[in-house]
Ligand binder design. Structure first.
Ligand SMILES: [Zn+2]
Length: 105
């Protein structure tokens, strides 16, 4: 079992063009890192080099499948937030109360 400290969306991570990694601050003071090539290999675990914490990166592997040299296109993406919360609609289980039929002598 792998216990992730947290799940981070790739949009919430910062890109480090010098090291070629996405990073996200770790509570220990360091930062989680995952390289673009890792993402291209369908790896979604960002690790912190200073502690043992790991986070799961939420991303679309298709975005990283091909490492394109040119990187300037801005894609129109509808970022619809799925923040719907389920109402606490407790469905009452209809327990069929079969009345015991009195046995008539
Ligand atoms: Zn750490």
């Amino acid at each position: 079992m792998v216990a992730f400290y947290d799940e981070i969306e790739i949009e919430d991570m910062a890109w480090d063009p010098e090291k070629g990694v996405f990073h996200y601050p770790c509570p220990c003071g360091d930062r989680f890192e995952i390289s673009r090539s890792q993402l291209a290999n369908y790896e979604d675990v960002a690790t912190c080099p200073s502690c043992s914490l790991i986070v799961r990166v939420i991303y679309d592997p298709l975005d990283f499948e091909d490492e394109k040299p040119e990187d300037g296109e801005s894609e129109d993406e509808d970022s619809g937030s799925d923040g719907d919360q389920f109402e606490d609609a407790m469905e009452k289980l209809a327990i069929s109360d079969t009345p015991t039929v009195p046995v008539s002598p």
